[in-house]
Design a binder for this molecule. Structure first.
Ligand code: NAD
Ligand code: UDP
Ligand code: UDP
Length: 314
């Protein structure tokens, strides 16, 4: 007899997915974690193995998946530029074919389904901060397009399945999120700078370092994701989730140097193509709908992340 909600998390062995699996089990759900381990790591969910309400399945979401579930969180997709540009065709397939398969699964099982979309759908934004009704400024043929356009097409599919088949969908647009279990070698700025600072290596600033991002600590993001999933079907999104506290990349580097007590210097490298100049979420909608806002400030969140990487380095 079924007593627990059965929840599928694709990309569940990744950074955000592993935190989500942990939280769902804590809420009494029966979790099926699906991952092809492209960027995810078994160690991220090692502490959940053996729990009777956790199951780990190796599977690539570009292939059909037949399981029985009540809810789906679709997080499967490499998220950092060096990983999603490693095999760009596979990145687009993961977003597009992955969305089709999981929407087909949701349609058959009548499961509610959440898509982890991204602030990258706004591209290099021409309005600031970004609200959900901004349509974005994406280069469709550039090196980031496999990720940005793949995620945009996935949103299209979600809203068409919603309109055409009355699927119960939730689309969130996640802004830069960081914390323990970020992949150490995925080239994202927070993990790069912390590891460089801890190793006493030069801090790699791309461009002049005056581009901005707004960094959200993982626990805050997961709170928002779970709260949105619990809203009525009349709220499909899209919904921005992120921390509106905006800083320059150079200021981030200086903060990490100070917090780690590192002797590292700043070294400047060329700015990658299509790198957005500024990014900050407008979270008015999430505040009103979920009564949600991030609670962990950047010093606190960076402190926890530095401790995680320090411990990993032994
Ligand atoms: P991550 O790379 O740690 O996690 C992605 C997971 O998906 C990995 O475990 C990977 O192995 C898995 N995966 C990739 N392709 C797959 C496939 N074809 N089949 C099955 N599994 C596959 O990245 P993350 O930061 O945890 O990101 C999770 C999701 O959130 C992604 O969809 C990403 O686009 C989105 N997102 C993240 C951020 C962020 O700042 N972390 C920002 C915006 C959006
Ligand atoms: N699908 C799946 N699991 C299911 C149901 C469907 O993976 O439980 C996949 C299947 O490969 C299908 C896709 O989802 O091609 C889209 O399903 P849908 O029912 O929308 O389309 P159709 O089956 O008519 O092509
Ligand atoms: N960045 C940097 N040094 C690094 C890694 C990244 O200066 O070692 C910059 C990058 O050019 C971008 C910002 O930091 O402007 C955030 O990069 P990340 O890859 O973490 O996220 P995204 O560009 O996808 O927002």
């Amino acid at each position: 007899m079924k007593t627990r909600k059965r929840v599928l998390v694709t990309g569940g062995a990744g950074f955000l997915g592993s935190h989500l699996c942990e939280r769902l089990i804590g809420q009494g759900c029966d979790v099926l974690c699906v991952d092809n381990f492209f960027t995810g790591q078994r160690e991220n969910v090692a502490h959940l193995i053996g729990n009777p309400y956790f199951e780990l399945m190796r599977h690539d979401v570009t292939f059909p998946l037949y399981v029985e579930v009540d809810e789906i969180y679709n997080l499967a997709c490499p998220a950092s530029p060096i990983h999603y540009q490693f095999d760009p065709v596979q990145t687009t397939k993961t977003s597009v074919h992955g969305a089709i398969n999981l929407l087909g699964l949701a349609k058959r099982t009548k499961a509610r389904i959440l898509q982890a979309s991204t602030s990258e759908v706004y591209g290099d934004p021409t309005i600031h901060p970004q609200t959900e009704d901004y349509r974005g400024n994406v280069n469709p043929i550039g090196p980031r397009a496999c990720y940005d356009e793949g995620k945009r097409c996935a949103e299209t599919l979600f809203f068409d399945y919603h309109r055409q088949f009355a699927l119960d969908i939730k689309v969130i647009r996640i802004f830069n999120t960081y914390g323990p279990r970020m992949h150490p070698d995925d080239g994202r700025v927070v993990s790069n700078f912390i590891l460089q600072a801890l190793r006493g290596q030069p801090i790699s600033l791309y461009g002049d370092g005056l581009q901005t991002r707004s960094f959200c600590y993982v626990d805050d993001l997961i709170d928002g994701m779970l709260a949105f999933m619990a809203t009525p079907p009349s709220e499909p999104g899209p919904l921005n989730l992120g921390n509106p506290h905006e800083i320059t990349i150079r200021a981030l580097a200086e903060k990490i140097i100070a917090m780690t007590g590192s002797a590292s210097d700043l070294v400047f490298h060329p700015l990658p193509a299509d790198d957005p100049r500024q990014r900050r979420p407008d979270i008015t909608k999430a505040r009103a709908l979920l009564d949600w806002a991030p609670t962990i400030d950047v010093e606190d969140g960076l402190g926890r992340t530095i401790e995680y990487f320090r411990a990993r380095m032994g």
